[in-house]
Design a protein around this ligand. Structure first.
Ligand SMILES: O=C(O)CCC(=O)C(=O)O
Ligand SMILES: [Fe+2]
Length: 838
C-alpha cells in the first residue's frame, strides 16, 4: 500500500463460509490494513440490512424530538455516560470549535444491582430511554437488538484479528466475555458549505480509545481518515450496509504498536444532515491487556506494561476527552462576574475582552515559565540595553566631540535633539503598538537605533551629529516601553517579578558603556584642555570607536530578534483586535515551545462570547488581511486610545497621576545627574583623570544593578507596589539632599552609588507597574505617553542645565521633585499586586 488508499471494502462472508483459501485471503487483507492504518470496511457480515434500516430510523426519530425532550435524558444525569449529549458539547481537536454533532449513548442494560454498576465499571448502568419518542417500546427493542447483533459481529471481527496474529480465532474469548461496549446514535446537522472548515468540525481529528470500533454510516459522507505517510485526508465513502472497522488505541497498545489506531474526523460539508452509529467495543473491564503474540521480534521488549481494559480505557478516555473536560472545567472556573475590574476599567475594554484576557492569563500560568520566556527575557532585555547605549553613549562622547568639532555653541544641543527624538519615538511607538501590534516596534526600534548609532560615529560636523541623534531618539524612545509590555504579556504570574528585574539590563548596559568608554575614550581622545584648533580627528578617534562598538552590538541584537528568536504577536494585542483564533494559536505556540500541552481552544473563547452574547469580531477581523486591519485601525483612530485611558474616574485619575509621576522623575533624575559631574568638579577642583572618572562610573553602574534586582525581589512579596515606589522615591530625595554636604571624593562616590541604587529601585518598580496597570488594548498608548513625558522631563532638565551655571540649586530641585514623585505614588488610586494584568 504505497500510495494513499482509502480503507478497502472486504467481503467478510468468507469468515463464515467453508472456503479456507478465501478465509486466508480475508485474514491477510485485514492484516495488511491493521499494519497500514487500522481501517477497513466489511460487507457480507450477519447484521441484517433490515435491522440497520430500522435502527437508523430510530436514530432519526430520536433526533427529531424537540430539544427539551431530548435533554430529559441528558447524559450528565448519569455518571456512566448513558443518555443524550448536546450539540457542541465536545472538542477533540486543538484549534477547532465545539463539535457540530449531537448524540445518544447506549450500552448493555446493566441494572443497579449488577456487579459492574456496583463496582463502577466502565460505562456501566441502566440506559436512559427517551420517554417521549414515538413507538417507545419498539425504539428500545430495536436499539438493543441492533446492539447485540453488532456485539456479535465485533466478536467475529476479533476472531479474524486473532487469526491475523497467527493464533486461534477463539484467542480473544476472555476479552469478549462480559465485555463492555457503547454505541452512539450520532446526528451531524447540515453545516453551510462555505462554513469555516477549521472551526466547524462534526468530530475533530481523534483516535478511538477502545479495542475496535464498528461504524454504520448513512449515505451522507463526511468521515475522513488521515493517511499518515502523505498527510492527506482520505474520504471513507459510505457503502450501503457496510461497516467501517477501525482499531482503537487499546488494540494498538496490545499489538505493541505494530497495528495502528489511526486519526480520523468528520466534516459534514454535504449540505445534508448526516447520521451514523459507531459501536465502541472496549472489552471485559478486568481483562489484562498484555503484548499480543507475534507482535515483537525475538528479544524485542513489550513497549507497555500490562494494564486492565478498565484502567486503559478510563485513562485513555481522560486523555482523549481531556481537552473537552478541561474546557468545561476552565469555563466553570472563569468568574464571569468581574465587577471589580469593571469598576476600574469601565468601557475601556469590553466585558468579553476582560474575561478572555483572564482566560489567557490562566493559560499562561498553566504553561508556566519555560524556555520561551527565558529567551524572551533576554531579547526584550536588548531594548533596555540599547536604550542606555544611546543615552549614556551620547553623554560620554559629548566632551571629545566638543573638543574636535568646530562651531559648537552648546554641546548639549545634541542632547536636546536626542530628547526631541525620544519624545516623538515614545509616543509614536507606544500608540503604534496598540494600533498595529507590538512586533513592528520590536524590530524597527532596534534596527533604526543600531544603524544610526553606527552612522553617528561617522559624523563630520555637529549639525549632522545632532540630527543623527534625533533619529536615534525616535527609535530608542520606543524600546523600553514596548519591550516591558511584550515581556509582561507573555510572562506567567509566578514570574511577574521579572518584569521589574528587566531594568537591570539597563544598569548592565550602563556598565557596558562605562567600560567601552573607559577603554576608548580614556585612550584615544585629545588632552582635556584641547580645542578644535589643536584637536585633530585622528588623535580623537575614541568617541567614534565607542559609537561604532555600541552600534555593532545593537546590530547583533537586531539580528537575534529577526533571525534567531521569532517573536509572535502578543495574545492580548490579538484579542484586542478581535483576532481570537490568532491569539489561541500564539498561546498554544508558547505551550509547544515550553514542551507543554496546548491549553487553549477557540471554543473556550467562543463560549465566552456566546455566554455574554457579544460578538467578539472574530468573524470579521479574524479574516481581515493585515492591510485591512491597519486601514481599519487608522480609520477608527480618533484619539480613542487616549480617551479610553480616562474611561472611568478611577482609571482617569490613575492615568493622570501616573503620567505626572513620570514627568516629575523625568525632570528630577537627569537634573541631578547632568549637574553632578560639573558640580563635583567645581566643588573639589581635583583634576581627576578621565580614567578615574570612568572607573567611578563603572562602580556606580555596577552598584545600580542592585536596585532593580532588589525591587524584583520585593515586588513579589505582599508589600504594596505603590507604597514601595513612594518610599523609595522619598528616600532617594533624602540622599540627594545629603549629597550636597559630602566632604570628600570617596564619600561622594559612596553617595552616588547609594542614590543610583535607590533611583534604579524606583525606576524598576515604575517600569513594571506602568504597563501592568493599563489594560492591554491601550497599554501601548498609556506606557508610551508615560515614556514620552519622562523624556520631556529630560528635555526640560537639559535645557535648564545648558542655561544655568554651577550652583547647588538644581540638586535641591531634583531632590524636591523626588519627594513630589513619592507623594504622588502614594496617591495612586489602585494597586496591581495580586491581580493579573488584563
Ligand atoms: O460518525 C462518524 O462517521 C465517525 C464517528 C467517530 O469517529 C467517533 O464517534 O469516534
Ligand atoms: Fe472515532
Amino acid at each position: 500500500m504505497a500510495s494513499p488508499s482509502a480503507p478497502p471494502i472486504l467481503d467478510f462472508s468468507s469468515f463464515y463460509g467453508g472456503d479456507s483459501e478465501a478465509k486466508a485471503k480475508l485474514v491477510e487483507e485485514v492484516r495488511k490494513c491493521c499494519h497500514y492504518n487500522g481501517f477497513f470496511q466489511i460487507t457480507g457480515h450477519r447484521v441484517p440490512l433490515d435491522l440497520q434500516h430500522r435502527v437508523m430510523d430510530c436514530s432519526k426519530r430520536f433526533f427529531d424530538l424537540p430539544l427539551e425532550e431530548k435533554t430529559l435524558i441528558d447524559k450528565n444525569r448519569t455518571s456512566y455516560n448513558r443518555g443524550y449529549e448536546l450539540l457542541r458539547s465536545q472538542m477533540l481537536e486543538v484549534g477547532t470549535g465545539p463539535e457540530l454533532k449531537e448524540g445518544l449513548y447506549i450500552g448493555e442494560e446493566i441494572p443497579t444491582d449488577h456487579a459492574y454498576y456496583l463496582e463502577n465499571k466502565l460505562n456501566s448502568g441502566p440506559n436512559q430511554w427517551p420517554p417521549t419518542v414515538a413507538d417507545k417500546e419498539e425504539f428500545r427493542q430495536t436499539t438493543m437488538e441492533y446492539y447485540h447483533a453488532v456485539f456479535d459481529l465485533a466478536k467475529d471481527v476479533l476472531g479474524v484479528l486473532a487469526l491475523t496474529l497467527g493464533v486461534e480465532s477463539t484467542y480473544f474469548d476472555p476479552l469478549t466475555d462480559g465485555a463492555v461496549a457503547t454505541m452512539r446514535y450520532l446526528h451531524y446537522p447540515a453545516q453551510p458549505k462555505d462554513a469555516d472548515e477549521k472551526l466547524n468540525r462534526g468530530i475533530g481529528a481523534h483516535t478511538d480509545f477502545g479495542c475496535i470500533t464498528l461504524l454504520l454510516q448513512d449515505e451522507v459522507d463526511g468521515l475522513q481518515v488521515l493517511d499518515v505517510p502523505t498527510g492527506q485526508w482520505l474520504d471513507v465513502k459510505p457503502v450501503p450496509g457496510a461497516y467501517v472497522v477501525n482499531l482503537g488505541n487499546l488494540f494498538m497498545r496490545m499489538a505493541n504498536d505494530k497495528y495502528k489506531s489511526n486519526t480520523h474526523r468528520v466534516i459534514n460539508k454535504s449540505g445534508r444532515e448526516r447520521y451514523s452509529i459507531p459501536f465502541f467495543f472496549s472489552g471485559n473491564p478486568d481483562y489484562l491487556c498484555e503484548c499480543l503474540p507475534n507482535c515483537r521480534e525475538p528479544g524485542e521488549p513489550a513497549k507497555y506494561p500490562p494494564i486492565t481494559v478498565q484502567n486503559m480505557v478510563t485513562s485513555a478516555y481522560k486523555e482523549s476527552y481531556g481537552r473537552a473536560e478541561m474546557y468545561k472545567k476552565e469555563m466553570k472556573v472563569i468568574d464571569f462576574d468581574d465587577s471589580a475590574a469593571e469598576q476600574v476599567y469601565g468601557s475601556s475594554t469590553t466585558h468579553a475582552y476582560r474575561i478572555k484576557s483572564e482566560v489567557i492569563g490562566k493559560c499562561m500560568d498553566d504553561i508556566g515559565m519555560g524556555w520561551f520566556q527565558w529567551k524572551l527575557f533576554l531579547v526584550t532585555g536588548f531594548g533596555f540595553i540599547v536604550d542606555n547605549f544611546a543615552s549614556q553613549g551620547l553623554a560620554s562622547v559629548q566632551p571629545p566631540i566638543k573638543q574636535e568639532l568646530s562651531g559648537i555653541v552648546q554641546v548639549s544641543y545634541s542632547t536636546v535633539a536626542y530628547y526631541v527624538g525620544l519624545i516623538l519615538g515614545a509616543s509614536f511607538w507606544g500608540l503604534s503598538s496598540d494600533l498595529l501590534g507590538r512586533r513592528p516596534a520590536f524590530i524597527c526600534t532596534l534596527l533604526i537605533a543600531a544603524v544610526f548609532l553606527c552612522g553617528a560615529a561617522g559624523s563630520m560636523n555637529f549639525v549632522a551629529f545632532s540630527a543623527l541623534w534625533s533619529v536615534i531618539g525616535t527609535a530608542v524612545g520606543g524600546n523600553v516601553p514596548i519591550d516591558s509590555m511584550i515581556f509582561l504579556e507573555f510572562v506567567p504570574g509566578s514570574h511577574h517579578y521579572l518584569v521589574t528585574a528587566m531594568s537591570s539590563w539597563w544598569n548592565l548596559s550602563q556598565l557596558i558603556v562605562s567600560l567601552i568608554a573607559w577603554v576608548f575614550l580614556a585612550n584615544y581622545s585629545c588632552p582635556t584642555d584641547a580645542t578644535p584648533a589643536d584637536c585633530h580627528r585622528h588623535e580623537n578617534m575614541g568617541w567614534r570607536y565607542t559609537l561604532i562598538t555600541l552600534g555593532a552590538l545593537s546590530l547583533v541584537f537586531t539580528f537575534c530578534r529577526v533571525f534567531v528568536f521569532k517573536l509572535p504577536e502578543t495574545p492580548r494585542y490579538l484579542l484586542s483586535q478581535g483576532r481570537d483564533q490568532d491569539a489561541v494559536d500564539v498561546v498554544n505556540y508558547v505551550a509547544k515551545q515550553n514542551g507543554k500541552e496546548p491549553p487553549l481552544t477557540i471554543g473556550m473563547l467562543q463560549e465566552i462570547d456566546s455566554r455574554l452574547d457579544s460578538s467578539s469580531g472574530t468573524t470579521q477581523s479574524g479574516r481581515m488581511s493585515r492591510k485591512q486591519v491597519i486601514k481599519e485601525n487608522l480609520r477608527s483612530f480618533r484619539g480613542e486610545h487616549y480617551r479610553a485611558l480616562f474611561a472611568t474616574k478611577k482609571l482617569g485619575t490613575h492615568t493622570a497621576i501616573m503620567w505626572i509621576i513620570w514627568l516629575t522623575i523625568g525632570i528630577g533624575y537627569p537634573l541631578y545627574f547632568n549637574f553632578l559631574p560639573s558640580y563635583l568638579a567645581a566643588k573639589f577642583t581635583t583634576d581627576a583623570s578621565l580614567s578615574l572618572t570612568y572607573r567611578n562610573y563603572c562602580i556606580t553602574s555596577a552598584v545600580g544593578i542592585i536596585g532593580p534586582v532588589s525591587a524584583a525581589a520585593l515586588v513579589s512579596t505582599r508589600l504594596s507596589r505603590r507604597r514601595m515606589m513612594g518610599i523609595s522615591a522619598i528616600v532617594t530625595a533624602v540622599f540627594l539632599f545629603a549629597y550636597v554636604g559630602v566632604k570628600s571624593p570617596t564619600s561622594s562616590l559612596a553617595f552616588s552609588c547609594i542614590t543610583s541604587l535607590l533611583a534604579n529601585f524606583e525606576y524598576a518598580m515604575m517600569y513594571a507597574f506602568t504597563p501592568e496597570s493599563f489594560p492591554a488594548p491601550h497599554r501601548g498608548t498609556g506606557t508610551g505617553t508615560a515614556a514620552a513625558l519622562l523624556r520631556f522631563g529630560g528635555l526640560l532638565a537639559s535645557l535648564v542645565s545648558s542655561q544655568t551655571g554651577f550652583t547647588t540649586a538644581p540638586i535641591y530641585a531634583s531632590a524636591a521633585l523626588w519627594v513630589a514623585a513619592g507623594v504622588f505614588c502614594m496617591g495612586l488610586p489602585f494597586e496591581t499586586h495580586g491581580h493579573d494584568a488584563i
